[in-house]
Write a protein that binds this ligand. Structure first.
Ligand SMILES: O=C(O)CCC(=O)C(=O)O
Length: 435
């Protein structure tokens, strides 16, 4: 239970994804902490064992003793907003007094609990700024504004579209081909049912490989080198930089989640090493497909480990929480949304379920379109999506105590690359070869 009163609720949300206001984020708080193997020496070793670049926060905020024992602020999406700064500071070597250690442990427990209980989480990482997000959106908008033919030069169907561009009309939403999912949808209360896609997604996507690639892998197509479009000199640096920052945020969340679950700190990150992480912005042409109800991405889960989203300039993304509730995504300024993917589900023996989501043109999208027209801005809806992955040659199986989870038997050991290929086949990304 809370030991102090919770902070006041943030002001009501009024804007679109691009207009949302900053949400205050308490740097630490107390929640009922599970019995974790976190004695002070252990915690000290845990947080100090890997050099992490110190976050860019003013010195007065860098005092870990300021960690309070309050509940996390709730975002307008009713998800906790977890500030990663205290964990980063501890990892960077700032002394963590006992009180701060307790708060850090509580922070880790909040991360794991949110992934387990809702499938999603909002985080603030001082290294990932709104300006970085904007610079990324600007360059990707410029790319998608090109003609279809010129974008198709970056299409790599023989690499299962895992690098370069995926044109509209290729990816098939899982809910269109998965009978079990269709039955699940029918059993949902009407107000929470997803939109029904009529065929393949009309969204484009660019897959940009982030981070080091394995020198030796059984899964070469999943680990191909990135495709660089010509005529955009700022592309590589912008994509690499935003991709690396988002991966850094995911790695911290993965470490915090592992600690919160009572696993070793690197239980997930050791498996992510040289994984086929993809900065994977979607590009949806609102001029061509901007009518209300258009389904840009039909109801689906992500096949990777954890997905992280910065802000898009247009609303439209809906997510489902584990309790079945559908939620419009409104990423507060300076925050990142994280959703669990199928590989996390596998590693936790089904204790964390992959989060479902869809992208649909809504009334709020239409309002944002009108505003963009008035301001003479791009009418391509770009998402700031990054898929973090478990390395293709690593084995997916329930880790540690999750091997005893009630549904662990549904997650037999499988090579991550093999699993990804199966999923890509199901959604029409693998098996199509250019004629
Ligand atoms: O376009 C978005 O906002 C999210 C896209 C999406 O659902 C996905 O990439 O899986």
């Amino acid at each position: 239970a809370c030991t102090t009163a919770p902070p006041p609720a943030p002001p009501p949300y009024r804007g679109g994804e691009s207009l949302s206001r900053p949400v205050p984020c308490a740097p630490g708080f107390a929640v009922p902490a599970p019995a974790l193997p976190l004695s002070a020496p252990f915690l000290h070793a845990t947080f100090l064992s890997r050099p992490v670049a110190p976050p860019a926060v003013p010195p007065r905020q860098r005092n870990l003793t300021r960690l309070s024992r309050r509940r996390p602020p709730r975002s307008p999406m009713d998800l906790p907003v977890v500030d990663l700064a205290p964990f980063l500071q501890a990892a960077a070597g700032d002394a963590a007094p006992a009180e701060a250690e307790e708060a850090l442990r509580a922070l880790c427990a909040t991360v794991s609990a949110s992934l387990r209980d809702t499938g999603a989480l909002l985080v603030k990482d001082p290294r990932c700024t709104a300006a970085d997000n904007d610079r990324f959106l600007d360059v990707v908008e410029r790319y998608f504004a090109r003609s279809d033919d010129s974008k198709r030069l970056q299409e790599r169907p023989h690499l299962h579209y895992q690098v370069g561009v995926t044109p509209e009309g290729v990816e098939v939403p899982r809910s269109l081909v998965d009978k079990e999912m269709q039955d699940r949808i029918k059993s949902m209360p009407e107000e929470f049912q997803p939109a029904t896609p009529k065929g393949p997604d009309p969204k484009w996507r660019y897959m940009w490989r982030v981070g080091p690639r394995p020198s030796n892998t059984r899964f070469k197509e999943l680990n191909a080198e990135p495709v660089i479009p010509d005529g955009l000199p700022e592309w590589k640096e912008t994509m690499d930089s935003w991709g690396a920052k988002m991966i850094s945020a995911i790695e911290v969340v993965a470490e915090m989640a592992a600690i919160g679950f009572g696993l070793s700190k690197d239980a997930f990150t050791s498996l992510m090493k040289e994984g086929p992480h993809l900065l994977a912005p979607t590009g949806s042409n609102l001029l061509r497909h901007g009518s209300e109800g258009t389904v840009f991405a039909g109801f689906h889960y992500d096949l990777n480990f954890l997905t992280i989203h910065g802000r898009s300039r247009f609303p439209g993304l809906n997510i489902w929480l584990r309790n079945g509730k559908k939620m419009e995504v409104k990423v507060p300024v300076g925050c990142l949304l994280i959703q669990s993917g199928k590989q996390l589900e596998w590693l936790t023996g089904g204790e964390c379920l992959a989060g479902m989501h869809e992208v649909v043109v809504t009334k709020r999208t239409l309002e944002a379109i009108e505003l963009a027209k008035e301001q003479n801005r791009s009418l391509w809806r770009i998402s700031s999506t990054l898929f973090s992955h478990i390395a293709s040659d690593a084995t997916l199986k329930p880790l540690g105590h999750f091997a005893e989870a009630p549904n662990a038997h549904s997650y037999p050991p499988i090579c991550a690359g093999e699993y990804v290929e199966q999923e890509l086949s199901a959604i029409n990304l693998k098996g199509k070869v250019a004629l």
